[in-house]
Design a protein around this ligand. Structure first.
Ligand code: M6R
Length: 364
């Protein structure tokens, strides 16, 4: 069932264009009702705040989700680790929506945290690819990300499909709260529909290059990933993918934070992967990357190939097409998934079942 791929993880990385198409299918409507998630509007009426709770990769998707919800709809949104939220509840009321994000729908930390929040009378929304799971069965309002079952322990297609759910949700909130013009909503929805083709291009053009690049890290012990804004969570995700399947120590940081401490770690033995895409913080990320270069770090950019400033800054570029900055996380994560995969596969590791990890963590 790996359909010719060496591992499920690689197959699932390649399934992402199809999964995104599926998760958008029949969910884009017209000007009067641009997003169709099948959720009642009273779920969102009079909302004051959103808390998103999740673990691991789902927590990273949630950080992007917070950025999308706040920037598109203006609704204050916080992201919490489920294991922290569970025992440190903020003041809750019926004007609060708690969103639980879990690909498996079985993660004990998330399920338990939702349960205690539910007892406080909040509204609950679940985001999962497994509506048949405990999460899906317990709560009435669910967004099915339609990623299907994921076998590789390292989450890939479930992550990008959770992001799609957040785009749709944020746009629905923007529509209901009238915080974006219909034109802007339409523009983002159109951009979302173009993402699968862009991912196909990344997969077609970069797989071989990244396989080769991975050979250069046989002896590498540490990696740093940096990004800013809505690509900061992607830096965290790139680092998590690498550490969980290759057992290489990796950290993700907001690029601007490096100079406040972590830059002391850098030398020629520590590669830095920077996500630098045109938008609000592009120049800032490039200049943060140059600070790393001045410490002899090897610099890999997830960046546009045809921009002289990027070509000048990075030793290697994993190119991503230029899209609306808001949509960029869905593209920038793909080269990082491939990089982690190929480094781990080259080390001969059990990519689909890394040591000490399980696909769903059903203990608190
Ligand atoms: O099933 P969930 O989305 O609730 O799982 C949460 C984490 O355990 C999960 O994302 C974990 O971090 C993955 N192995 C990441 O690749």
């Amino acid at each position: 069932e790996k359909r010719g791929f060496r591992h499920f993880m690689l197959k699932e990385i390649h399934e992402q264009p199809g999964v995104i198409r599926d998760s958008l299918e029949d969910r884009i409507g017209d000007r009067g009702s641009p997003v169709r998630l099948g959720l009642p509007t009273d779920l969102f009426a009079g909302l004051e705040r959103i808390y998103i709770i999740a673990c691991g990769t789902s927590w990273h998707a949630s950080l992007v989700g917070k950025y999308l919800i706040e920037s598109l709809s203006g609704l204050p949104t916080e992201v919490n680790y489920a294991s922290e939220f569970r025992y440190n509840l903020p003041p809750l009321s019926d004007r609060i929506l708690v969103i639980g994000v879990t690909q498996s729908g079985e993660t004990a930390d998330t399920i338990e945290a939702l349960k205690v929040a539910h007892q406080q009378g909040v509204r609950i929304l679940g985001i999962t690819n497994r509506p048949e799971s405990s999460l899906g069965q317990k709560y009435e309002h669910i967004i099915d990300t339609r990623a299907g079952l994921e076998i590789g322990v390292a989450a890939t297609k479930t992550f990008t499909s959770q992001l799609i759910a957040f785009y749709l949700l944020a746009l629905q909130l923007a529509h209901l709260r009238d915080t974006q013009t219909p034109e802007r909503i339409h523009e983002i929805l159109t951009g979302l529909q173009q993402l699968p083709t862009h991912i196909e291009n990344i997969l077609d053009t970069q797989e071989r290059y990244i396989t080769e690049l991975a050979r250069e890290f046989d002896a590498t012990r540490d990696f740093i990933f940096v990004g800013r804004g809505l690509n900061y969570p992607i830096a965290l995700e790139g680092a998590l993918k690498l550490k969980e399947i290759s057992y290489i120590h990796a950290e993700g940081y907001p690029a601007g934070e490096m100079k406040h401490g972590p830059i002391a770690l850098l030398d020629a033995a520590v590669p830095v992967v920077a996500i630098a895409v045109p938008g609000k913080v592009y120049e800032k990320v490039l200049s943060n990357a140059q600070e790393a270069k001045a410490r002899d770090a090897r610099l890999i950019g997830v960046a546009p190939l045809d921009d002289p400033a990027a070509v000048e800054t990075f030793d290697q570029i994993l190119p991503v097409p230029v899209v609306d900055e808001l949509l960029s996380p869905i593209l920038t994560v793909v080269p990082l998934q491939l990089l982690a995969y190929h480094i781990a596969a080259r080390r001969g590791l059990d990519v689909d079942q890394p040591r000490n990890l399980a696909k769903s963590v059903t203990v608190e």
